[in-house]
Design a protein around this ligand. Structure first.
Ligand code: BTN
Length: 261
């Protein structure tokens, strides 16, 4: 469906996925739509192209038209207290990673903290989650997901790859959506069951750099450290060469290179 007109009635009849040729941002659109319509858990907005695709830390998300998977899914938790909100990030990252791993068997598909998806040293997918809180609980969440499917040329500074680059073949973006959605259903189901131990294990088993010495940058100072864990609050817990353990927030630290030292 390409028209923005007349979908209100269709939503009332149970339509749960709207696709646009071009949109500002699927995240922004869904955030706006949820205020106006009675949307069900799992409602999806997808697009061939975004004129203002949003990335983490106020960055933009660029994607050639029609080549990649760009979608936002509404998640309405049964009950998720705010202190568990990073578990949502962990399950979404794990779900997307597991789906990409199915599409790229034999490849090294990893989660780069907090929730980027990498194949070896290159980024294949990004996730942008926006939670809406009410009385210390998550009332609703917009899960924005961008996966590079058929695009093969990226600006060098993005350090990106795609399913087509990895396999040498084009894939159906709809089929990729179906596979990722199945894995997301499964991962979000684990959150509903409060299966936190499993969620943590699945996240850490696939976390890039866990226990590996790598170079990090904090306030202009670079140092070697290894990841001990990503805490329940979402902090990256690092241990440096002197044995000092420090937890960092996303904005405070950058990985200099995904190569081990
Ligand atoms: C990142 O910076 O890694 C997160 C990128 C998230 C991009 C997706 S594309 C679909 C959805 N709509 C947006 O505007 N952003 C997300």
């Amino acid at each position: 469906m390409d028209s923005r007109l007349n979908f209100s009635g269709k939503i009332a009849q149970g339509l749960n996925h709207l696709h646009f040729k071009s949109i500002s941002s699927t995240n922004d659109f869904l955030e706006d739509l949820v205020l106006k319509e009675n949307l069900k858990n799992g409602f999806v907005i997808s697009a061939d192209f975004q004129t203002m695709g949003r990335g983490m830390l106020n960055n933009s998300w660029f994607s050639e038209s029609g080549k990649n998977l760009l979608f936002s899914r509404l998640y309405l938790p049964n009950h998720l207290e705010v202190q568990f909100q990073f578990f949502l990030s962990k399950v979404v990252a794990s779900g997307v990673r597991n789906g990409i791993q199915q599409l790229l068997p034999g490849e090294n598909v990893k989660i780069k903290w907090p929730n980027d998806i990498y194949v070896n040293t290159k980024k294949i997918a990004g996730i942008l989650i926006k939670n809406h809180l009410k009385n210390k609980s998550i009332q609703q969440s917009i899960l924005g997901i961008g996966i590079n499917v058929n695009q093969q040329h990226f600006p060098a500074e993005l350090n990106a790859t795609s399913i087509a680059t990895q396999t040498g073949k084009y894939s159906s973006v709809n089929q990729v959506f179906d596979i990722i959605s199945e894995h997301l259903d499964e991962a979000l189901g684990r959150l509903e069951l409060a299966n936190y131990e499993f969620i943590n294990k699945n996240y850490h088993d696939n976390l890039l750099g866990l226990g590996t010495w790598m170079t990090y940058l904090h306030r202009g100072h670079s140092f070697e450290a290894k990841i001990l864990e990503v805490t329940a609050e979402g902090q990256l817990l690092l241990e440096d060469r002197y044995g000092k353990k420090t937890g960092y927030e996303v904005k405070e630290i950058a990985l200099v290179s995904v190569q081990p030292v």
